[in-house]
Design a protein around this ligand. Structure first.
Ligand code: PLP
Length: 397
């Protein structure tokens, strides 16, 4: 009898569509949603075996032992070629549990980080006495000087927000390992379809599943992937901090994962078309997209990525005011933060994610006033390009 269960020989697209832990008794191709917080046992001895960890049964949903959540985690692990996946209530939940579990000996952040991660470190880790350093891209040759003892954590994002700067994951992993450190990568911008850091030597991967993994701007969730060993302390932090996501959200996220492959392929294609069109526009001085041959990180992106992603930034000639005018004239792109959904979004980093940085800090990071960050969605690429062109044309001669 064919069981149609995922095979390691299959492509991730095939595996994720057939991801299930058990054949459904009713014949449904998908598993039921277990909206359950607790689980009954026939005997005290059976319950004790699960409490002791001798038996891998379900006990209490906050611990992560819920069939719907476990099925999602099996899929998450497969997507990143990991032994273990953990589901979280948000991206920040996954990131904070990871940093608590593996960052307590010190964290060295390489390149630009998501604002929420910086806030976590500066506002909460600093008072706790957990040491951390931020290195700009141009300071990365100093990495080894900051890895002063074994057991530290190197942490990065690539492509980075909003410049799409590309970091060499394999190189950072080698250098971290040579100093007895682990490498953690926030892989939200790329998605596991375009980039799989564990295959390149990284040890820990996190996602804001709110973005591409969920893909429809309708749910908040997070993910962590690693070896089984390195996942254990992260799961322990999740349990103690109570960061599990609801089973209903897990089921919704599992549904989204079944189309991740096709969605990301189309995001890649649309973003490339938009990038090429924007390069030709007289009101755009720079297009930051890893897929463009003259983008500084293009060669590296070709080596370590399978696709260039749906995120890009354009620099509007005329600076902050001009960028604002363009943003306010867009009819298809929605003016909103976040990314990775089916709908295209635009945001001006100096008015949103990078509002609090000083002009010097922004300059060091290559964030100009005229920069607009685009999350290219799944609308028709021609409509998106026409929308950007009419908004740019509104600037006049
Ligand atoms: C959105 C985002 C996060 C935070 O995720 P939430 O789901 O909002 O908690 C972390 N990292 C990156 C790169 C993000 O874009």
């Amino acid at each position: 009898m064919p069981d149609h269960s995922p095979s390691p020989n299959h492509h991730p697209a095939t595996r994720i569509i057939h991801n299930r832990r058990h054949r459904d008794q009713q014949g449904s191709p998908y598993s039921p949603v277990y909206n359950t917080t607790t689980y009954r046992f026939d005997t005290t001895a059976e319950q004790l075996a699960v409490v002791k960890g001798e038996n891998d049964g379900n006990l209490y949903t906050r611990w992560g032992t819920n069939p719907t959540i476990k099925e999602l985690e099996q899929g998450l692990a497969q997507l990143e070629s990991a032994q273990a996946g953990l589901a979280f209530a948000s991206g920040m939940a996954a990131i904070s549990a990871t940093l608590f579990a593996h960052g307590r000996n010190g964290i060295v952040c390489a390149g630009d980080l998501y604002g929420g991660t910086q806030e976590l470190l500066m506002n909460h880790f600093e008072p706790l006495g957990i040491p951390f350093t931020f290195l700009l891209n141009q300071q990365l040759d100093e990495l080894e000087q900051h890895l002063t003892k074994p057991g530290m954590l190197v942490y990065c994002e690539t492509p980075a927000n909003p410049t799409m700067a590309i970091l060499d994951i394999a190189d950072l992993a080698r250098r971290a390992h040579a100093k007895g450190a682990l490498l953690a990568v926030d892989n939200t911008f790329a998605s596991p379809i375009n980039q799989r850091p564990l295959e390149l030597g990284a040890d820990l991967v996190m996602h804001s599943a709110t973005k591409y993994l969920a893909g429809h701007s309708d749910l908040t969730a997070g993910a962590f992937m690693s070896s089984a060993e390195l996942a254990k302390p992260v799961a322990a932090w999740r349990k103690s901090l109570g960061q599990i996501l609801a089973p209903e959200m897990a089921a919704l996220l599992s549904r989204s994962l079944r189309t991740l492959h096709v969605r990301v392929r189309q995001h890649n294609e649309n973003a490339m078309a938009v990038a090429i069109a924007m390069e030709k526009h007289p009101k755009v001085s720079r297009v930051l997209y890893p897929g463009l041959p003259d983008f500084p990180g293009h060669q590296l992106a070709r080596q370590q990525m399978h696709g260039f992603g749906g995120m890009l930034s354009i620099d509007v000639i005329g600076g902050g005011k001009a960028a604002e005018t363009v943003e306010d004239h867009l009819q298809v792109f929605l003016l909103a933060t976040s990314l990775g959904g089916v709908e295209s979004l635009v945001s001006q980093p100096i008015a949103t994610s990078h509002y609090r940085l000083t002009p010097e800090d922004r300059a060091q990071r290559g964030i100009s006033d005229g920069l607009l960050r685009l999350s290219v969605g799944l609308e028709d690429a021609g409509d998106l390009i026409a929308d950007l062109e009419q908004a740019l044309d509104s600037l006049g001669e």
